[in-house]
Design a protein. Structure first.
Length: 198
């Protein structure tokens, strides 16, 4: 995805007039590439590899808004977007000033049974995060140090079709921050959800 155009560093007319701002160039881009292979054996393991990239701007601390975002009189290279991309459960950073590597494995462990062969899916994902521009910010304001590596995360999940119209989902993730974070303690996420279709 390529973003081009022109915009003001500050959206308020008063600030633009006070600082004599003129429209500045927008030059940002992103990439999401994924490879997946389903093995034709019992449990049908699914192995996936994904790389995602969203450009960043070294002089931009706020990446989720145009207010107080880009520094005046400089091109805006931060990828600012609508939409969703899976970047994990815990940190779930936006694809702005971010590089992400994901390795995933999923399988259907009850496939050897007739009745339940497609009722349960187990999976795990490993994420590794880096900044594009180490001086710039990301969507998680707690990454307050100018370093490139952000940390890694491991997520596991179980999706169970209990009966024909009831689904149970269990999700757990743990994020291990790098030195980019002042607080390096691991963070956890746990979610249980039940879906009823009618």
């Amino acid at each position: 995805v390529r973003e081009i155009g022109r915009s003001y560093a500050d959206v308020t007319p008063v600030a633009r007039a006070r600082e004599g701002q003129r429209p500045e160039d927008i030059s940002a881009w992103s990439l999401d590439a994924k490879l997946e292979n389903i093995f034709d054996v019992l449990t049908h393991p699914r192995l996936s590899f994904e790389y995602a990239f969203g450009s960043g701007d070294a002089n931009r601390r706020l990446v989720t808004t145009t207010i107080n975002g880009n520094a005046p009189h400089t091109p805006d290279r931060n990828f600012l977007y609508f939409g969703y991309i899976d970047t994990g459960y815990v940190v779930s950073p936006r694809l702005s000033n971010l590089q992400m590597l994901r390795l995933g494995l999923a399988l259907s462990p009850l496939e050897f049974t007739k009745r339940y062969k497609k009722s349960l899916e187990l999976g795990a994902n490993y994420y590794n995060f880096h900044k594009h521009k180490k001086e710039g910010g990301i969507s998680d304001f707690r990454a307050n140090r100018n370093l490139g590596s952000l940390g890694e995360e491991i997520d596991v999940y179980a999706n169970w079709k209990v009966v024909s119209d009831i689904f149970l989902n269990l999700n757990y993730g743990r994020f291990y921050p790098s030195n980019s974070y002042g607080d390096k303690s691991a963070r956890d996420f746990f979610l249980v959800s039940v879906n009823f279709q009618f």
